[in-house]
Every structure is written in C-alpha cells, then in structure tokens.
Design a protein around this ligand. Structure first.
Ligand SMILES: [Mg+2]
Length: 366
C-alpha cells in the first residue's frame, strides 16, 4: 500500500531559536551562532547562520573570523544548547500529535520523519496537512520549518532540501514520478553520500542520480562495491524502512544554564554556588510538576576564556529528591572546577529521565 511520509527539518535551527525565541530584536538581521570575533574570540566556528547571514556567503562550520570578514555587521551569539534542547522538545511534541499512532522518528535535534498515511485522510491532501503542521509549529514554538512529502523516508529527506526555508515539497507516490524527481539531482543529494563518495563516483563519470538510473546494478559495482545495491535503490527512490512507534514524545533531559552578569572571581565562589542552588531548585520544581525522576546529573562550567567542561554522575537509582540533586551538583562542581580560574557560566542538566506514576523517593541516597 502506498504510504505518505513527511520529513520535517527546522530552518537554520539554532539561529532561528536565537532570533524568534530569545532575541526578537535580531529578526531580519544576519546572525551567527558562535563566539564573537569582535571580542577577540576569533578562533571558533559558526555553528549556525541565519538566512540573512547566508546571503553574505556565511555557512556553518566556517571560522567566525571568515564570517566576520564576509559580513562585519552580523550579530554573533555564543549560543546555549539547553535552549536548543528545549525548543527541540517542544517541536517534537507538536509533530507527534500529527503522526499516525505517534509514529515519528527523530533523526537529529531539528529533524524528524513521521508516518502520516492515515492522518492525511482527514485533510484535502498531504500538502494541506503539511501546511497545518508548519503553521502549528510556527504558532506554538515560533520556529520556521520545511517539509518534504514522499512515499518513503529517503525521498522525503531529499524533498525537504529542495525548498527552504518555510518550503513544502511534494513528490507523488507514483514510482515513475519519484524517479523523475530524483533524476536531475546530484548524487550527494542522498543522505549518506558525502563528499568522499561523491568524488569517487565523479571519477567514474557519475554525478547525477539520473545517470545511475540509466545503469544496471552490475555497472555500479566498480565504483560502489558493497554499497552498490543500496545506492541503486536510493537513486530510484526505493526505501522500505518503516517508522516504528517511538512516541508519545518523551522528554530526554531538563536543564538550565546561567551566564553571570560579570565573571565570578575564583576566590568568591558563593555566587556560583548560590546560582547552582537556584538552578537545581528550578529543575526540581519542574521535575515534580511533570512527575519525572532523573538518574544522571551533569554540571557545566564555562571559564572566562570560553573553555567549557561538562561533568556527569549517574546515581544508582532514579530519584526526584531536590536535596540529592543539589548535593550531586555541588560535589561535581567542587571536584572538577579549576580553582584559579574565573567563571562565565554554570549550568545543570538532568538526563536518564523516567516518568513516575507513584511517588518513589531516595532521600537516603546521601
Ligand atoms: Mg535544519
């Protein structure tokens, strides 16, 4: 039976979280997530660039110095992963509501596949459902996304890339239409064909998927070896992987960071400890209100020079005890902090979460 699979990919995810959720004053401006080269932090790389920054030729993984030279007026935001995790959780929750029996597969922090073969029947067509999802994500999380619609995961993923940002690309279910859609595309459009394999194929004269469609499977062996069958199927848009039920979307972590308004001197750590206590308390309240227990605690420490360490400890059993959380946090902090270095930021995160029905507590752990 023909299926409908959506691939949803958030547009310039980290940069969009900064613009649309945290700093609306930066909407419409070129923005890079990464260390600010104007503050002498020129060594890092751009983790994400807004579409306005991309217009200047800025790309992710480019050095921030190069980005600065391309666009001196760009805003640089250091970025904080806890904000991205939080946004990702919210997006995945929205997406889960639209999938058939919660059949979604999260592919990365900002990307997911969902089976919508059944859900589509409640709409005039797959595009109308995609528009509804796009609109709901925008309304509830403020974030833009693009959606690829196809009869399977591999083709849906390629479709999404054809039209960004805020695009919707539909590839019809007919296998001939799928092959026609793929034919003009470069081999590197396929998820799994990177630059290395792309260059090897080029040496054999193969650059487009249409060329592979003209070949027999045997003719693909010299360049692809064991991967020939896989690439052959992908070039024809054949992919029988199913999307198993992985929802309802469960939260995987909860965390908070705080950047100090001015760096904390190594000789007066009270401020840092108070902050860690405040962060632990907020996380505890959130755990309680959502009935979650945690097993792993991570403390993040960022020093004045932006070097950042994260240290974790996993407890023997799950708990939601606020005292246990705070004690674990402070002991990790005291054990791992460099004693003579000023601090810029501290953070606390709990992972290994389980949702509890009854109350089980572990006050006696300490
Ligand atoms: Mg993305």
């Amino acid at each position: 039976m023909a299926r409908w699979i959506f691939h949803i990919d958030m547009d310039a995810f980290y940069a969009s979280v900064e613009q649309f959720r945290l700093h609306p004053e930066y909407i419409g401006r070129p923005l890079c997530v990464g260390p600010d080269p104007k503050q002498g932090k020129g060594r890092g790389v751009v983790r994400a660039a807004s579409y306005e920054a991309r217009a200047f030729g800025i790309k992710s993984a480019m050095s921030v110095l190069k980005a600065y030279n391309l666009c001196p007026e760009a805003v640089f935001v250091f970025g904080d992963f806890s904000n991205y995790f939080e946004a990702s959780d919210e997006v995945m929750k929205v997406i889960t509501r639209f999938a058939d029996e919660h059949r979604i597969r999260k592919a990365s922090i900002d990307e997911a596949y969902l089976e919508v073969t059944e859900s589509v029947k409640k709409y005039p067509g797959p595009k109308a459902l995609a528009q509804e999802i796009q609109k709901t994500i925008r309304e509830e999380t403020k974030l833009p996304c693009s959606i690829g619609i196809a009869p399977n995961m591999a083709v849906a993923k390629i479709a999404t890339d054809q039209n960004k940002p805020m695009g919707i690309t539909l590839v019809p279910q007919d296998p001939k239409a799928v092959a026609r859609f793929l034919a003009p595309l470069e081999v590197t459009a396929i998820n799994g064909i990177g630059r290395v394999t792309g260059n090897r194929l080029k040496k054999f004269g193969i650059t487009t998927l249409g060329q592979i469609q003209q070949m027999t499977l045997q003719e693909l062996f010299p360049s692809m070896g064991k991967g020939a069958k896989w690439l052959y199927d992908r070039a024809w848009g054949i992919d029988n992987r199913g999307i198993i039920r992985s929802g309802p979307w469960r939260r995987k972590s909860m965390g908070k960071d705080r950047t100090f308004s001015k760096d904390v001197d190594p000789n007066s750590m009270e401020v840092a400890l108070e902050t860690l206590e405040a962060l632990s308390t907020r996380i505890s309240q959130k755990l309680q209100s959502k009935s979650y227990h945690f097993r792993t605690v991570t403390v993040k420490i960022r020093y004045r020079d932006y070097t950042t360490i994260q240290r974790s400890r996993t407890l023997p059993v799950s708990t939601n005890n606020p005292e246990t959380l705070y004690k674990t946090v402070t002991s990790l902090f005291e054990e791992h902090r460099k004693p003579d270095t000023a601090l810029r930021l501290v953070g606390v995160r709990v992972t290994n979460l389980t949702r509890m029905r009854g109350q089980v507590s572990l006050a006696e752990y300490f």
